[in-house]
Design a protein around this ligand. Structure first.
Ligand code: G3H
Ligand code: 13P
Ligand code: ZN
Length: 335
């Protein structure tokens, strides 16, 4: 069994100078595709579910699909992570579903739209850490806001992370991982012109909180050939633009250990399904289009794992249990 706390994966990534992809999942095919890519490339992996994903799958289904991935892949270290938790209650619910890691996105209020004050963020993040840490569960927080809106989540405005606040926030909360806003957005339309990340800001934040794993949300690259394929088969995604992989690779040496990817998977799946529908309109067995969608996602994720440097690292370390993590926190004065 290699269900591990996310903190272990992030610490190993920092040591090995690579980043771990955190891939959003909603259904069986996505989970199977990501695990096939992890097996093929021998990569540790974070599978993450948003509140929307949990609701869509009626909670229990996604829990058991994720646990099936763990059971089927004993040699791949896997963290089950809640993406953009909006309250202590949501985080508690995810932990009750066996998640080994939760994100409390205290940069926004519980409505997941309205930006909070620094103090409000501190308060809700602290409440989640007080609950999760004695259980060995990893906590990711967020400071600053991304652009873009996914499924009603997000303020829609970019507010870059303030390094002074990052230092104070981490000093007070001792959070495991911090998502920072460095110019990315969620979704398929991240930049109007040339993509630009605040590299100097990442460097400064990392130099001032070098022991905290940094997380980059909104990290889809929106591969142009995949967007073009969607358009070719009747879709409509004009001017879709993401973060080039080279830009992501440029921040990995500065403490960015976790990279969140959802949109690219959606594009790969949709392109594959559209192709089947257009080229073979007589088909109506879901396996005839969900199968190719799963294969397209496997190819995409395997390439990400190679590009992020995760490939080949699945067997580097002995997996930690949540109980091991509790001892680790105690030994390091974090509990
Ligand atoms: O950051 C948001 C993720 O892409 C999840 O999106 O809330 O539509 O599931 P979702
Ligand atoms: P993308 O929309 O760029 O895939 O970002 C996903 C994300 O940050 C999930 O939390
Ligand atoms: Zn996100």
């Amino acid at each position: 069994m290699a269900l591990v706390p996310m903190r272990q994966l992030l610490e190993e990534a920092e040591k090995g100078k690579y980043a771990v992809g955190a891939y959003n999942v909603n259904n069986m095919e996505q989970i199977q595709a990501i695990m096939a890519a992890a097996r093929e490339t021998q990569s540790p992996v974070i599978i993450q579910a948003s509140r929307g994903a949990l609701k869509y799958s009626n909670f229990t289904y996604l829990k058991h699909l994720m646990l099936a991935a763990v059971e089927e892949n004993p040699n791949i270290p896997i963290a089950m992570h809640l993406d953009h938790g909006n309250s202590l209650e949501t985080c508690k619910e995810a932990i009750s579903l066996c998640f080994t890691s939760v994100m409390i996105d205290g940069s926004l209020k519980e409505d997941s739209k309205t930006p909070t004050t620094f103090e409000e963020n501190l308060e809700v993040t602290t409440s989640v850490i007080e609950y999760a840490r004695p259980l060995g569960v990893t906590v990711e927080a967020e400071l600053g806001t991304l652009g873009g809106i996914e499924d009603g989540v997000g303020s829609g405005h970019i507010n870059l992370t303030d390094p002074d606040q990052a230092v104070e926030f981490v000093g007070k909360t001792k959070v495991d991982a911090l998502a920072i806003a460095i110019g990315t957005s969620h979704g398929a339309y991240k930049f109007k012109k040339e993509p630009k990340l605040a590299l100097d800001l990442v460097k400064e934040i990392h130099s001032r909180i070098p022991d905290t794993a940094l997380v980059m949300h909104g990290s889809s690259s929106v591969p142009q050939e995949l967007a073009a394929s969607i358009n070719k088969y009747g879709g409509n995604m004009p001017n879709a633009r993401g973060v080039p992989m080279s830009a992501i690779q440029s921040v990995i040496p500065y403490g960015v250990d976790k990279v969140n990817i959802d949109t690219d998977g959606r594009i790969a799946i949709t392109g594959a399904i559209r192709k089947v529908f257009v080229e073979t309109p007589e088909k109506f067995d879901p396996r005839d289009y969900l199968g190719p969608a799963r294969e397209a996602l496997t190819v995409l994720v395997a390439q990400k794992m190679r590009d992020l440097g995760t490939a080949g690292h699945a067997g580097d370390f002995e997996p930690k249990s949540l109980d091991d993590m509790i001892e680790y926190y105690k030994a390091n004065g974090l509990l």
